[in-house]
Ligand binder design. Sequence first.
Ligand SMILES: [Fe+2]
Length: 173
Amino acid sequence: MPNSVIPLAEAPKLYETENDITARRRVELIALLNQRLASAVDLQLQMKQAHWNVKGPSFIGLHELFDQVDEAVESYVDLIAERIVKLGGIAEGTVRVAAARSRLAEYPLNIAEGMEHVEAVARALSTFGRQARQTINEANALDDADTADLFTEVSRGTDKWLWFVEAHSQAKK
Ligand SMILES: [Fe+2]
């Protein structure tokens, strides 16, 4: 399959479950969650990209901070993927699927200086945070308070990390 076009809801296989959310609802929720999983996998690797390549006088602080963000995002990836499986779906979380479906902008490969990475990481967190916030409303519209709660946790965490990262640039005059 060409890696540019993988349809979002290509008749996902649904496992039998006693979960009382209707199959129709679960299919919609699984498609929604799989899209967000793609963005989360992409975000996690972008945080590692920043962790590995940042340079400059703030190296150690940023290197360690970006690794902490990576670990937090890894936990969001796990929460999202396992919610899909709890609903009877298949978590589609490979790098190739993530590359095709992620809604994040590509992370710049040619930057090094600390503030450039601060800006790029902040942009990625902000984009992902907006998606997470939208997902709270989308999950509520599908009557799934648990998925809404999951994304409330994810967006609250994303906002925290955005604060930690932007604190490096906000004191500039
Ligand atoms: Fe490392």
